[in-house]
Design a protein around this ligand. Structure first.
Ligand code: H2U
Ligand code: ZN
Length: 355
C-alpha cells in the first residue's frame, strides 16, 4: 500500500485540470529566507487618512457618505471601462487581442476601519452577503457583463492597499481564465456523467470520512480540497446545488455569514495574527445561458506557511512546471479543525511574531 501521507505523489485538481506535487517527506525543511514583519494590531476605529472610512475624501475628490453598514462605489482606478468601441486584432492566429468592457466596484464591509471579517458581527456579514448578492444580480443583468468576479485581498503581503475591511468586484464581458476552466470542467463532467454535478459528487466523497473537513454548518461545508496548492487553502461549498448567489435562500445566506466568520476566525487563530489571503467566489457566468452544471463556491488562498511571518512562494518549479506543497491537505485540515472559534484578540492572547 502506498502511503500518501509519507511519500511524494501528484494530486489532480478536476476543477481546473491541473496537478499539484505533494512532498510530505520534506516537512521540516530549514528556512533562512524572507521573514514578514507582523503588522501592528493597533489601528483605530476611524482613520481620517483612510480613503474607505465614512466621510473621508477619495482620490479624484469624491467624498464617502457617513455610511452605517456596507458602502459600495465605482473603483476610482477601474481596471475596466464600461463604454468602449469594439476592437479586434488577429494576425495569423498568433497575435490576438480584443477590446474588453467592464465595471469595477469596491465594497466596504463596515464603517469600522480596524475590523476584519473575523471580528465583524454575523449580522454585519449577513449584510455583506446581501450586498454581494445585489451587486451580482445588478451587474450580471447588464447586457455586456458575462461574468462577475467578487474577491477580497487581505493583508499587505497579498497586495491589499488598505486594512479597512473591503473587497472588490470586477465584472466584465469575457469569462476570465480561472472560472472559464472551472466552467469547462464542470460542463464536461455533467455531460459525461448523465447530468451529475462535479462538486456535488466531490462533496459526497468528502462527506464519507470528513478527513479534509474543517467544519460544517446547516448549509455550508468548509474543507481543504484534496488538490489544495496553498498550505492552508480552503473551499466553502453550499451543500445544496446552487449556481450562484441569486439562488440562495435567506437561511443559506445567514449560514454563509456564519461560515465566513468561523473560517476567518480559525485562520486568524492559526498563528495568532491577522491572516492574509485572497478570497473569492466562483459562480455561473451571467451571459444569459443555462448553467445547471455550475456549483458555486468560495476559494480561500492564504500564503502563510508556518507562522505569521513565513510565507509560501509560488516560484521556481511552481512557475515553470507545476505547483508543489510539503505537508498534506489532510494535515492542514486537521490543524484548522483543532483551532478555536473564539478570536484570539477577544481572548486576550497577544500576537506571536516568531517562527
Ligand atoms: P485593494 O486594497 O484590494 O487593492 O482595493 C482597494 C481598491 O480601492 C483599489 O482597487 C481603489 C483601488 O483602485 N481605490 C479607489 O477606488 N479610490 C481611492 O481613493 C483609492 C483606492
Ligand atoms: Zn478606514
Amino acid at each position: 500500500m502506498f502511503d500518501f501521507q509519507k511519500f511524494p505523489h501528484r494530486r489532480y485538481n478536476p476543477l481546473i485540470g491541473e496537478w499539484v506535487l505533494v512532498s510530505p517527506h520534506r516537512l521540516e525543511r530549514p528556512w533562512q529566507g524572507k521573514v514578514e514583519e507582523t503588522p501592528p494590531d493597533s489601528q483605530s476605529e476611524y482613520e481620517p487618512a483612510c480613503y474607505l472610512c465614512p466621510g473621508t475624501e477619495r482620490a479624484g475628490g469624491m467624498r464617502n457618505p457617513p455610511y452605517a453598514d456596507c458602502f459600495v462605489f465605482d473603483n476610482d482606478y477601474s481596471a475596466l471601462i464600461s463604454e468602449l468601441p469594439n476592437g479586434q486584432l488577429d494576425i495569423d492566429n498568433l497575435i490576438i487581442a480584443r477590446s474588453e468592457r467592464g465595471i469595477c466596484r469596491v465594497v466596504c464591509y463596515s464603517p469600522r476601519h480596524n475590523l476584519t471579517m473575523a471580528e465583524l458581527d454575523v449580522l454585519d456579514i449577513e449584510r455583506v452577503v446581501e450586498v454581494w448578492t445585489e451587486e451580482f444580480i445588478r451587474l450580471g443583468s447588464l447586457d455586456f457583463i458575462n461574468y462577475v468576479q467578487i474577491f477580497e485581498n487581505k493583508g499587505a503581503i497579498m497586495g491589499c492597499s488598505n486594512p479597512h475591511p473591503h473587497c472588490q468586484i470586477w465584472a466584465n464581458q469575457a469569462i476570465p481564465t480561472e472560472p472559464s476552466r472551472e466552467h469547462e470542467s464542470q460542463s464536461t463532467y455533467y455531460k459525461a456523467n448523465a447530468g451529475r454535478c462535479l462538486l456535488c459528487d466531490y462533496l459526497r466523497i468528502e462527506s464519507e470520512n470528513r478527513e479534509r473537513f474543517v467544519f460544517e454548518n446547516e448549509h455550508w461545508i468548509a474543507l481543504v480540497p484534496f488538490w489544495a496548492k496553498w498550505p492552508f487553502e480552503t473551499m466553502l461549498l453550499p451543500r445544496r446545488h446552487a449556481e450562484n448567489l441569486s439562488i440562495l435562500n435567506k437561511s443559506e445566506k445567514k449560514s454563509l455569514a456564519d461560515a465566513l466568520k468561523r473560517l476567518t476566525t480559525r485562520y486568524d487563530n492559526l498563528f495568532c495574527a491577522p491572516f492574509p489571503y485572497t478570497m473569492g467566489f466562483h459562480q455561473s457566468p451571467t451571459d444569459g445561458e443555462e448553467h445547471i452544471f455550475w456549483h458555486m463556491h468560495i476559494h480561500f488562498y492564504p500564503p502563510l506557511l508556518r507562522s505569521a511571518n513565513v510565507q509560501k512562494f509560488m516560484v521556481g518549479y511552481e512557475m515553470l512546471a507545476n505547483t508543489q506543497r510539503d505537508f498534506t491537505p489532510e494535515n492542514a485540515a486537521m490543524r484548522l479543525r483543532e483551532i478555536s472559534e473564539n478570536h484570539y484578540r477577544s481572548t486576550g492572547k497577544t500576537e506571536k511574531g516568531s517562527r
